[in-house]
Design a protein around this ligand. Structure first.
Ligand code: NAD
Ligand code: IPM
Ligand code: MN
Length: 369
């Protein structure tokens, strides 16, 4: 079989640190499993600004369009925080999402049994938790026009962003959520604020219509996003699949990360449509950012990014066995009490980013032997 092509964009802060460990897993798979990878590495975010003056170049976007999958670390940091808005590191990531039309962002929040104690919530609330948040990723207030900062005649300044959704934008992401639900607990909760926003009214109506037309077998409920935020910490196991807009999805997924123990545990997949060649455009990245507060200290948890690779194996490469293997290695390491600082517990062994990589590779090797 042809090699799988991967574009690796480590980015900034802890991005390159966690991606270093992912590269080791990729190299291990290349050697020890049936799959082979062609890996290209490139710059994004602040790292691209430093070299090219912009957070992502046309050439990099072009490469991203033409690989089987993109793996991204994280972008941003204090060094670039004062740049003009359009030149910030985050714009690089947003452009990749938009240009590749990666409209469905899958953010699973899964509580590993060994980490039940690492959550700030009571064990019985999070034990066995398995939620899939489907966040719309190419629309809403992140991209709506008009936007900007203007100075009014009276000298006051005005910041403007616009929440917009069209029927087709809502339907295509809702379809992804319904299809995922069929393979899981068969329940979808759609979150918006239809009580205050017209775009929320449209969201609710279109999700309901699509359900009635094509997904009547899936149980659908609607919930205001603020209530969903509360319900996520009150009784998170009531949820199976949550589908929501770009901004609410950003917030609810960070919130959900703490149910699993740490933001350093949460992977994501950003998926587009299948193109003429049968390839689905896809980018995989951890939910967390560049963590400037711990960058360079060896404290970063690489598991979110390694689990993002597992999602690539599952969703882009149809290699469920290899994905299972990576996830199994994570489970085993956690069960042994080997932890980065963010998920430490009484009696656990706190290790560095690189040592977590060592432990994962040792488990992979032991399972493959
Ligand atoms: P962050 O996710 O970088 O960090 C939030 C907190 O979680 C920090 O205390 C950090 O130390 C901790 N944390 C995050 N990832 C961790 C990991 N793997 N292991 C251990 N601890 C981890 O969010 P922030 O501090 O609000 O943002 C920092 C920068 O990252 C900003 O420039 C922001 O725009 C950017 N950001 C980028 C992405 C992305 O690239 N997808 C996502 C979120 C934020
Ligand atoms: C995320 C991040 C991004 C977002 C930023 C860095 C643009 O917070 O991926 O969750 O807001 O989507
Ligand atoms: Mn976020």
């Amino acid at each position: 079989p042809a090699n799988k092509s991967l574009l690796v964009l480590p980015g900034d802060g802890i991005g390159p640190e966690v991606m270093g460990q992912v590269r080791r897993v990729v190299d291990w798979m290349d050697k020890r499993r049936a799959v082979s990878f062609d890996v290209t590495e490139d710059l994004v975010g602040g790292a691209a600004i430093d070299v090219h003056g912009i957070p992502v170049t046309d050439a990099t976007v072009e490469k991203a369009m033409n690989v089987d999958a993109v793996l991204l670390g994280a972008v941003g940091g204090p060094k670039w925080d004062n740049l003009d808005f359009s030149k910030k590191p985050e714009r690089g990531l947003l452009r990749l999402r938009k240009d590749l039309q990666l409209y469905a962002n899958l953010r699973p929040a899964l509580c590993f049994e060994a980490l039940v104690e690492a959550s700030t919530l009571k064990p019985e609330i999070v034990s066995g938790l398995d939620i899939m948040i489907v966040r719309e990723l190419t629309g809403g207030v992140y991209f709506g026009e008009p936007r900007g900062i203007e100075t009014l005649p009276n000298g006051e300044r005005r910041g403007v962003n616009t929440q917009v959704y069209t029927t087709s934008e809502i339907r295509r992401v809702a379809a992804v959520a319904f299809e995922l639900a069929r393979k899981r607990g068969n329940r979808v909760t759609s979150c918006e604020k239809a009580n205050v926003m017209e775009s929320g009214v449209l969201w609710r109506e279109e999700v309901q219509k699509l359900h009635d037309e094509s997904f009547g077998d899936v149980e659908l409920s609607h919930m205001y996003a603020d209530n969903a935020a509360m319900q996520l910490v009150r009784n998170p196991k009531q949820f199976d699949v949550i589908v929501t807009d770009n901004l609410f999805g950003d917030i609810l997924s960070d919130e959900a990360s703490m149910l699993t123990g740490s933001l350093g545990m949460l992977p994501s997949a950003s998926l587009g449509d299948v193109d003429e060649t049968g390839r689905r455009k896809a980018l995989y990245e951890p939910v967390h950012g560049s963590a400037p507060d711990i960058a360079g200290s060896g404290k970063a948890n690489p598991i979110a990014t390694i689990l993002s690779l597992a999602m690539a194996l599952r969703y882009s490469f149809d290699l469920a066995d290899d994905a299972d293997l990576v996830e199994e290695a994570v489970k085993k390491v956690l069960a042994k009490g080997i932890r980065t600082a963010d998920i430490q517990a009484p009696g656990s062994t706190v290790v560095s980013t690189g040592q977590m990589g060592d432990a994962l590779l040792a488990e992979l090797e032991a399972m493959a032997a």
